[in-house]
Design a binder for this molecule. Structure first.
Ligand SMILES: [Zn+2]
Length: 551
């Protein structure tokens, strides 16, 4: 029996080990990098919003992301976390070097009583008997530090002239310590230093059980904050927040809080899935950053009753493709008529990112600013645009769509110039000229339009002319080479594949198209249109992401 239990325990431990991410999902806490890398801070203020909370508990987050209090609490509303060392104070800001007219400073050297304390309270009781003393939490033990000195010399002098007989030593600044002070003052509430093993966390205290709302750098945040310092570096500021609250903060930025509920619910499922399974920032100590690199997040700034409802009504739901979470639920503003295979835009095959004709966008097109667009360039302008991208083919004398996808989007665009020819493929068809989408035709300024020429037989199509064969009038067959095939129209005979390239009398080429964005995945306007037509968020996700499930 006992042996069996042991085996069971081993299996359980193995399961937990192997399903680390699933565990992280279960506790539903997400770490969001707010200030990191070159934006890491020397000093970070925090303000516990009046009426919702009162003061902070100090501690750290364990591996399961549980807040572990270390006994230090404060009633102060405004606190500042600062890298250890001499600190110069001006108004409510803290600086590493003296600034003009600074009003005070924190000395980086202290005297430390010999010996350790088991609890914060024991240490705090002793600290209270000294002037300017505070508690330091050093590798899970508590010490009492006294005074503030601006140099080792000053601290040593203070030690040599100390008129008590208790044993103490000089404590130097640490490259991994973070000081917690009352904002605008040099009053130290705690010094926290557990190397790079553990990091200071500040948990706002709720007065009546409501969610706390804390101000940081002009934005309000739910949850707690973690302050990570790599040796000698500034402080990485991380918001540790419930996953659902994070998603509430994100979807308003992604779609706009005034959009229909079902479209916001679709966005919520995507945002939640991305964050819960994301590991790209793990070396920096958090799951997702707060910029467009991951998902824009500025606390509660973009949330409202509708975005909150969208998150609550999809709580705990994720998007899967073949049992794997969908981490690239990419989207764009509008596709202009059809989305596109990932392969034809970014070159890689992704099962759930397939092109689709979009029957929904059209119903809201009149509300989309710039849905249909047109832009004209002279041959010289095109030549300099190409040159800026590294393709010097002189003045452009002809442009034509040389390949379209089965969805009718442009995936090869050829420029002929006085100094050579250049064809660009996939996303570059849009980005090389800064066009709004890959769904366009090229024409001269006379209003004529072209797409690439492609041959349809019911549902399949020959998207490219490369590799096609041409049968001539006398029955001979030859590979198509753009000079041996012609189309007869009411206006005359044109070389096949070259129909759009004629310059207008004004000498301009015109690119006319519809849509805005990369066309891969979900159309945000299409999603809005579907919601308005009564489709659910599940319908929306399953239309724009091929073969996905929501659970
Ligand atoms: Zn990121």
């Amino acid at each position: 029996m006992k042996k069996r239990y042991k085996l069971f325990a081993l299996a359980l431990a193995l399961f937990c080990l192997l399903s680390g991410r699933a565990q992280a999902m279960e506790n539903d806490m997400i770490k969001v990098g707010i200030k990191y890398g070159s934006n890491a801070l020397f000093s970070a203020n925090l303000y516990n919003y009046e009426g919702y909370g009162h003061g902070y508990a100090m501690g750290y987050f364990d591996e399961q992301r549980r807040f572990m209090p270390i006994g230090a609490v404060t009633d102060e509303e405004g606190v500042s976390m600062t890298a250890d060392g001499n600190v110069y104070i001006s108004s409510s800001n803290y600086y590493e070097t003296p600034v003009d007219g600074y009003s005070g400073m924190i000395g980086g050297w202290h005297l430390q009583l010999d010996g350790w304390f088991d609890t914060f309270d024991e240490a705090a009781n002793v600290a209270e008997t000294y002037p300017n003393a505070f508690v330091a939490y050093l590798n899970d033990r508590y010490a009492v530090r006294i005074g503030q000195y601006a140099s080792a010399t000053a601290a040593r002098y203070a030690l040599s002239t100390w008129d008590g007989d208790e044993p103490m030593t000089v404590a130097e600044p640490s490259s991994t310590a973070v000081m917690v002070t009352v904002t605008s003052t040099n009053r130290i509430l705690l010094e926290f230093d557990c190397g790079t093993r553990r990091f200071l966390a500040m948990q706002p205290v709720s007065m009546r059980g409501e969610k706390t709302v804390t101000w940081f750098k002009g934005y309000r945040y739910n949850g707690s904050f973690e302050y990570r310092r790599q040796p000698g570096g500034y402080i990485t500021v991380i918001n540790v927040v419930e996953l659902e609250d994070y998603v509430k903060g994100v979807i308003g930025w992604e779609l706009g809080g005034d959009k229909p509920l079902e479209s916001l619910k679709a966005q919520a499922v995507c945002a939640r899935t991305y964050a819960a399974f994301q590991t790209r920032h793990s070396a920096q100590g958090f799951d997702v950053c707060s910029t467009t690199d991951c998902q824009v997040y500025q606390g509660t700034a973009a949330s409202n009753a509708t975005t909150d409802a969208a998150v609550d009504q999809t709580a705990g739901e994720y998007l899967f493709y073949q049992n794997e979470p969908v981490l690239n639920a990419v989207y764009y503003s509008c596709n202009g008529g059809a989305s596109e295979d990932c392969k034809n835009v970014w070159g890689s095959e992704v099962g759930y990112l397939k092109g689709k004709e979009d029957p929904f966008e059209a119903s809201v097109a009149s509300r989309i600013y710039g849905y249909n667009w047109s832009v004209s360039y002279t041959g010289a302008e095109l030549g300099s645009k190409l040159k800026a991208k590294g393709y010097d083919i002189g003045t452009v004398t002809n442009v034509y769509v040389s390949e379209t996808t089965p969805m009718g989007n442009v995936c090869a665009l050829t420029f002929e110039g006085t100094n050579g020819t250049k064809t660009v493929y996939r996303e570059a068809c849009r980005t090389v000229l800064g066009l709004k989408s890959m769904r366009f035709a090229v024409g001269g300024g006379d209003g004529s339009q072209s797409g690439g020429i492609f041959v349809n037989d019911m549902r399949t199509s020959l998207a490219a002319l490369r590799g096609a064969y041409v049968i001539s009038g006398n029955g001979s067959v030859a590979p198509y080479d753009a000079s041996n095939a012609y189309v007869i129209t009411s206006g005359g005979v044109t070389a096949l594949g070259r129909s759009g390239g004629t310059q207008s009398p004004a000498g301009k080429f015109t690119f006319s198209g519809s849509g805005s964005g990369h066309n891969v995945g979900l159309s945000q306007w299409g999603s809005i249109a579907m919601a308005q037509q009564g489709y659910s968020y599940r319908d929306i996700l399953q239309f724009y992401y091929t073969g996905v499930t929501i659970r």
